[in-house]
Each structure stands twice: as C-alpha cells, then as structure tokens.
Design a protein. Structure first.
Lengths: 260, 327
C-alpha cells in the first residue's frame, strides 16, 4: 500500500501570539514551530497500516522552507520519503489553496490512501482533506476512529476500505468505500510513537523531494483583520499569592455563587 | 436569497439547523430552507416530510423537501450530487449551514465541486452585501479573524454550534413546503454506510454531576492527576478532562467534556490548565459557575469564566484544598 500523509507545521502552543503590523496574520518571523498535533495521529495510523499491510508512507507538506523540520520529524518516526511544496505564500493560505497544492503534488504519485489530521491548530478549517478528495476525484470520509483495509480474496481483486466515523453525541458509523480514498483522522485514534535515535539518524538519509507550487491564486477567502477577542466582562480575576487567591475564591464560591 | 441547508436524521431535525436559520434571518433578505432525505415510503420509517413541516414554522419564503431514496442514509457523494443540482436551480447568493459533523463531511466538497468560497465555523457577521465579513476563531480560540469570501456567488458559510440562538428564529404563518425530486445517481455513490450505532453505554454520566473538576494539558503528566483528584474530593466533584488528556490515555474517554465527548451544565465547573478551545467550551459553557485556573492570561477559558486565577495550578490547587479543609 502506498499511503500519503498530509502534515502541516503550526506555531507551538507555548508561543505568545503576536499580530503583524498589517493586522492580517501573526508575526511569524519570530515564532517557534511544531508539527500540527492532529496530523501526528494521521501519520501514526499510516505507519500502523504499513506495518500490517506493507508498502510506503510518503509525507507531504506545503509551506516555507521551515516546514522541513516537521517533515524530518515525520521521517524520523518512520515515514519513507517526503514531498515538499515550498512556497512562502502557502503559510497562511486558505483550504482551497493548500488542497490545490497538495493535489498537484499527489496527482502523479498513484497513492492508495491519503490521510490528513482532522484539522490544523492554526486556522482550523477541517476542510483541506475533503477539498483534496474532490480535486483528486476520490471518495472520502472524515473524523475517522478506525481504519480497516481488507485485501481482496481472489488474486488481482482490489483492496477494500472500511472505516469507523465518529458522529455527534456518542454515535458512530462504519462506512465502506473503494480505494484509493482520502480520510481525515480523529485525534486519539491511536497512541503516538516517539522518534528513536536510530529513526532520527535514518531520517537524514531519506529523500525530501521539492515539488513546484501552483501558488495560492486559488484562494477563495482573505483575512481582513486578525485580533485578540474581547474579554468577557463578567470574569472576576482573583489575584494575590496562591494562598490569598485560594481563600478569596473559596469565599466567593461559598458566599456569592453558593455552589459549595 | 440565502439558502439554508437543514439537517435531519430519520425525520428528526438537528437543533443546530434552527441556529443557521436564525443567522440567515439576521443577515437579511429572502431565506429558503432545504432539507434532504428520503420521500415518505412506509416501512422504512419517517421521511423528510416531517422535518420539512417542522421547518415551515419559521418565517421563511419556502421550505424545500429534497427527496430521493438514495438520501435515506447520509453519504457525502449522495448529498453533494443532490445539493449541487438544487443550488444550480435555486441560484442562492449565500448558502448557510450549521457547522455539524455532517456539514464538515460534505460542505467543503460541495463548495469545491462548484468552485465557490466556503467559510467555516463562523461565530458572527459584520457589514452588509459585498462588504460583509465573517468572524472566525483561529489559533485555538486565542485570536479572532474577520474573513471575506472571494469570487462569484454563492458563498458557503457554516456557523459554529451555539453562535446564533435557535430561539431567536422568527416564526411565521406557515411557510409553503415544496417537494423536489433530487437528481442522484445512486450507483455513483461510493460510500456504503452501515446504520449509525452507539458504543456500549458510558460508564460515567457526567451530565448528572453537580460539580466537576476538569483537567487539560496544563496538568502536564498522568502522575500529576492526584492534584486534581484531591480538589475533586474536597469539593465532592467528579473528575473530567479535555480531549487531549483522554487521547493520551491519562483518563478514560468517558470522562471527556466537549463536542466529541459529554455536554455538561453542573453548578460548579473548575477548569484546571484548560486553555479553552471551542471544542471544549461547547461541552461546558452552560455551567452555572465556571472557575478557570491557568498560567496563560490569554487563555480563551478566561473569557467565559466567572472567576479566574492566573497562576500555576500546582501551587493554586493545593492552596484551595487547604482552604476547603480549614472550615
């Protein structure tokens, strides 16, 4: 099986967000970066499918040169090779532009399965996988909690795919579809592995192929302004030392809110 | 005209559809509502007609009952085919949907099929017509973005659950319901779904808890759970968590609060080291009193908290436990 995993690099959760001068994006030149966590579950699922059924795992990422750090991390965990669509303009691009870039890089790869994380921790469209499926002409399913690949019983029979989708309010559903297909993977579907020292060393020799970017001309939305949301006025912030704050909080919960 | 695509399962409307109708009414202009499903055909249970009748209570120009047997069970291929044809016939300027799991599964595909803009998970609108911008939460709710759709109509917009109020829908004198036979080639639907099911009954029903102490990433490691458990014990509270904690296996999945877990509204909700991503907030924002303890002053959880303490939970929580034991 040839599996492609789409990964994104996002700012770390710890980085104190700052808005750029034009107030249209973050001041990303001094940000710290990490792989988008939901994509790590997609990568892990791909590695497990490979261990079970054999094949190759290709990671693919669109963005500036810095995303190679996220690609190297994926290679160190066990991906076989990588495609990098290097384009500074894709860093803050919308789902159409990103899906367009991924589709153009994947169209000649003949993959059996494309996995993405559920959504990204930055813009959180949760749309790239679905739009990518449409652009590649493939069936898709989203918010996947389990993946079963069955090899056809007779020689030459096509492999089949059966996935468990998460619905709302505790409901689930199994859906079958032909391969190739695109799946967006729900976080928590598996337990993530760590990169080993051996993996990190091996990753240095693995291929990262640069792929031409079709650009972000396809973008269908623009951020007019980006800003910190207004604080709710009802929040009472309690200051002081931990002991003082604790005493004040307990008093308020007892006497004002009357919940303890 | 704004076309709202409502959602039903076995004749029962998804409540969030009313929120999308409220958003459409507030945006102004003519509103039509479409709901897709099987025609009523006896043995197979309720069709789309019941849901269409219910929607007709809204003050809208028309309700369209989009019918085809192949729409009995939701599939993205089937719904995109049916709605693509409906949109071509109706020519709306805007298409509004509630940002449900089902919408997330097909709406981006529908927009891509038509090569039109889609703005997802919107919490508000500003301005009119071509100058209208849609407000979205980005960076895990730490920033808001005003976003403009580009390119020709229709633009698709999906609204975050709870961003508009279902009870704000203006009711009318009964909108006309029109049956439309959908154009779907059942053989072209690639997804073959089984019936939806629920996992074995959840061991813990947190919706009945009077007090909840919930932990997030700020707890840092499973070995620190005792800190939160100590507070829960002192308060007589159940312990719960945000999704990443359950994903990591530090607490079982049935302790998870949020869009993919349980929805709760206890008297007291104490959020320890939870930043407050929207997926968590939707599961607990109905709580009567919310306490947030977090070392990040920009954490979105502070926007909905009644009482906030900016500080290290490993210092603050033991102090609260000590205070509770004093009297």
């Amino acid at each position: 099986m040839k599996i492609a995993v789409c990964i994104k690099q996002v700012v770390t959760r710890e980085w104190q967000l700052r808005v750029n001068e034009s107030k249209t994006w973050i001041r990303d030149q001094d940000a710290s970066w990490e792989p988008n966590e939901p994509d790590a579950y997609a990568l892990e699922e791909a590695l497990r499918l490979k261990e079970k059924h054999g094949g190759d795992v290709i990671v693919i990422s669109a963005g500036p040169a810095r995303v190679q750090q996220a690609i190297r991390d994926a290679l160190a965990r066990g991906a076989d090779r990588a495609l990098h669509i290097e384009d500074d303009g894709l860093a803050a691009a919308d789902a159409f532009a990103v899906a367009g870039a991924l589709a153009s890089a994947l169209k000649d790869e003949q993959v059996d399965l494309v996995l993405t994380g559920l959504q990204s921790d930055d813009q959180g469209f949760a749309s790239v996988g679905v739009i990518l499926a449409e652009k590649l002409g493939l069936p898709h399913a989203t918010i996947i909690m389990e993946v079963e690949v069955g090899q056809g019983s007779s020689p030459g029979a096509t492999a089949s795919l059966r996935v468990k989708r998460e619905l709302e309010a505790g409901w689930f559903q199994w859906v079958a579809m032909p391969l190739p297909a695109v799946l967006t993977i729900q976080s928590g579907i598996n337990q993530l592995r760590y990169a080993t020292l051996k993996g990190i060393m091996a990753a240095k020799k693995k291929e990262i192929k640069k792929v031409a970017s079709p650009g972000a001309a396809e973008a269908k939305q623009e951020i007019v302004s980006i800003y910190f949301p207004e604080k709710g006025t009802k929040t009472q912030m309690i200051g002081g030392s931990p002991a003082e704050a604790a005493a004040e909080l307990v008093k308020k919960l007892r006497e004002d809110a009357r919940v303890i | 005209m704004i076309l709202v695509i409502a959602e039903q399962r076995e004749g029962a409307l998804n409540r969030a559809s009313w929120e999308a109708i409220a958003a459409a009414q507030q945006a102004g202009g003519d509103v039509k509502v479409a709901v897709a499903g099987p025609a009523l055909s006896g043995a197979e249970g309720s069709g789309v007609a019941a849901a269409a009748q219910e929607l007709a209570a809204a003050d809208v120009a028309e309700v369209i009952a989009l019918q085809h047997e192949a729409l009995a069970m939701y599939t993205p291929d089937g719904f995109v085919a049916a709605l693509e044809a409906l949109i071509a016939a109706e020519k709306p300027e805007l298409v509004f949907l509630a940002h449900t799991y089902q919408t997330r599964d097909f709406a981006p595909k529908l927009a891509a099929r038509l090569d039109r803009a889609i703005i997802v998970d919107v919490t508000g609108m500003k301005g009119e017509g071509a100058g209208r911008v849609y407000v979205r939460s980005v960076f895990q709710g730490k920033l808001s973005a005003d976003v403009r759709a580009k390119g020709p109509a229709p633009h698709f917009v999906t609204f975050q659950i709870g961003a508009y109020r279902a009870d704000a829908v203006k009711k009318g004198g009964g909108a006309p319901v029109r049956d439309v036979a959908a154009t779907v080639d059942a053989a072209a639907i690639r997804q073959k779904p089984d019936a939806p099911f629920k996992e074995a009954k959840q061991a813990v029903d947190l919706s009945q808890a009077e007090r909840i102490v919930a932990i997030g990433r700020g707890i840092k490691g499973q070995e620190h759970l005792a800190v939160a458990e100590g507070l829960a014990k002192a308060l007589g509270a159940e312990i719960a968590a945000s999704r990443p904690i359950c994903d990591a296996g530090w607490l079982p999945m049935d302790r998870q609060i949020g869009s993919s877990g349980q929805t709760v509204a206890p008297k007291l909700y104490v959020a320890l080291g939870i930043s407050g991503a929207i997926q968590h907030l939707v599961g607990m924002k109905g709580s009567r009193t919310i306490v947030a303890i977090n070392k990040d002053p920009e954490a979105p959880i502070f926007e909905i908290a009644d009482y906030g303490i900016e500080g290290d939970l490993f210092e603050v929580v033991p102090a609260i436990v000590a205070e509770l034991h004093k009297s």
